[in-house]
Design a protein around this ligand. Structure first.
Ligand code: SF4
Ligand code: SF4
Length: 190
């Protein structure tokens, strides 16, 4: 029996201005709204939209609603949804592309997450692994909120007592992963 291939979904004019959103639309085009991704997601309890709803909005090209939501920023890339999706869709990568769009567009409502990711990666670039004290110092500097460190002080102290965080001062490091970071950047720009 001849089967017809799925038709591309219409993307609204706002979404047309965000080429990467079309890419995400293609990634989840075959979603059948079964909800398995939502049921599998360990972070769904904290999300304002369930993953299933997010994918429907992506299919409909509802850029405004998508970028009002914090759902994709709360994805911790555990791959549970992607492994269980009956259509085999690359859902974790799709969440990652949405994060990249938010970062590229410098959307203010995501600035905490964007600075968090960027400074985590900066510490990894410098030393080949994250240095927690340095990472948080860079993050606090980027956020320019003098009260923010107090919010994390109690947790930081507990982690230090348990030996989970070492007292290493920030340094420029040896740039151990410079070559990899440069390569990734050139691939992203190509
Ligand atoms: S598990 Fe896959 S098919 Fe089911 S709702 Fe989620 S993305 Fe769609
Ligand atoms: S990859 Fe992200 S969206 Fe998927 S189950 Fe894990 S945390 Fe949830």
């Amino acid at each position: 029996m001849k089967t017809s291939s799925p038709q591309p979904l219409a993307i609204d004019p706002m979404a047309e201005k965000i080429p990467d959103l079309r890419k995400v639309g293609e990634m989840v085009q075959a979603c059948i709204q079964c909800g398995t991704c939502t049921g599998s997601c360990p972070n769904a309890f904290a999300m304002d939209l369930t993953p299933r709803t997010l994918w429907r909005l992506v299919q409909m090209g509802q850029a405004d609603d998508i970028f009002q939501s914090k759902t994709f920023m709360l994805c911790s890339a555990c791959y549970a949804c992607a492994l269980r999706c009956p259509r085999g869709l690359p859902l974790t990568e799709a969440m990652g592309v949405l994060k990249q769009v938010a970062a590229k567009r410098g959307l203010h409502r995501y600035k905490e997450s964007i600075f968090f990711y960027q400074n985590f990666m900066e510490s990894v670039r410098r030393h080949g692994r994250v240095r927690e004290m340095e990472f948080m110092t860079l993050y606090f500097n980027a956020m320019r909120n003098p009260l923010l460190p107090f919010k994390f002080a109690s947790l930081g102290f507990k982690l230090m007592i348990k030996g989970k965080v070492s007292l290493q001062l920030p340094s420029k490091g040896k740039g151990r992963l410079d070559a990899i970071f440069r390569k990734v950047k050139s691939l992203e720009q190509s």
